[in-house]
Design a protein around this ligand. Structure first.
Ligand code: HEC
Ligand code: HEC
Ligand code: HEC
Ligand code: HEC
Length: 136
């Protein structure tokens, strides 16, 4: 009896683990644009894990940054537990670019700097993103 119960527990635990792993693989394919009141473009393509692996970005704070009150970047800390929109609003504020600018400076800025990655509107805001999402 005891053994059967233990086996049952193990099976349940394994199932729970499988589910959580499957959930984790359902990765971000575009940047959520629902924080913009009335988005004019389709959400920008951004396969988080794949993008960062291909671009060799292992420093989370390159995008998920934190600054002190004086505006100095905190090198050893990151803010991946927060959305960009928690700090960047609808307009520029105290040296903080508006949310739209923040994304463009971050994404396009790096692509221009490295001469790699898309820089034209339609190459990030792809009208077929929805179809791509359904395919994968
Ligand atoms: C390197 C990728 C990239 C490029 C190039 C780019 N954008 Fe964006 N843009 C983003 C991201 C990321 C956001 C954040 C929300 C989202 O996913 O749409 C955004 C947000 C926006 C928004 C606010 C949300 C909306 O849909 O109203 C507008 C407007 C916009 N971009 C227009 C443009 C235009 C116009 C161009 C070309 C001049 C352009 N973008 C080029 C990545 C890009
Ligand atoms: C090239 C820029 C970039 C890098 C590098 C990056 N991220 Fe992100 N990450 C983003 C963007 C953009 C979002 C979406 C933020 C938003 O919608 O406000 C995001 C969202 C997230 C989220 C929440 C959303 C989700 O469902 O996944 C987590 C967690 C996260 N990143 C973790 C990390 C960790 C950990 C690292 C370092 C190993 C990292 N990120 C590196 C750009 C980046
Ligand atoms: C905890 C708050 C916070 C979060 C979360 C945050 N930022 Fe920022 N960001 C700031 C502050 C503060 C500044 C202004 C720093 C200064 O004074 O120079 C800034 C500046 C910027 C700048 C201009 C300076 C630069 O680094 O080029 C960009 C671009 C930017 N943020 C993009 C993003 C993006 C994209 C995300 C989400 C992935 C994000 N930020 C998340 C607080 C935040
Ligand atoms: C620190 C540099 C850096 C930042 C920040 C960055 N990228 Fe990139 N991105 C790259 C590099 C490098 C490549 C080319 C990598 C390769 O060879 O596949 C790339 C490629 C891409 C591609 C083409 C690959 C694909 O999946 O279709 C897209 C789309 C893209 N980036 C979107 C974004 C968006 C959206 C953001 C902002 C949320 C962003 N990137 C931020 C460096 C960056």
């Amino acid at each position: 009896m005891k053994k059967a119960a233990l086996a049952g527990t193990i099976v349940l635990a394994a199932l729970a683990l499988l589910c959580s792993l499957a959930g984790g693989q359902e990765d971000m394919v575009s940047v959520d644009n629902s924080v913009f009141a009335s988005p004019r473009r389709p959400p920008a393509v951004f396969r988080h894990e794949e993008h960062n692996e291909n671009a060799g970005l292992d420093d989370c704070s390159r995008c998920h940054h934190l600054y002190d009150e004086k505006g100095n970047k905190l090198e050893d800390e990151s803010s991946e537990d927060q959305s960009c929109s928690e700090c960047h609003g609808t307009s520029d504020e105290n040296g903080r670019p508006s949310l739209r600018k923040a994304f463009h400076l971050n994404c396009k800025g790096c692509h221009l700097e490295l001469k790699q990655g898309p820089v034209t509107c339609g190459s990030c805001h792809r009208w077929n993103t929805g179809q791509e999402q359904q395919k994968s």
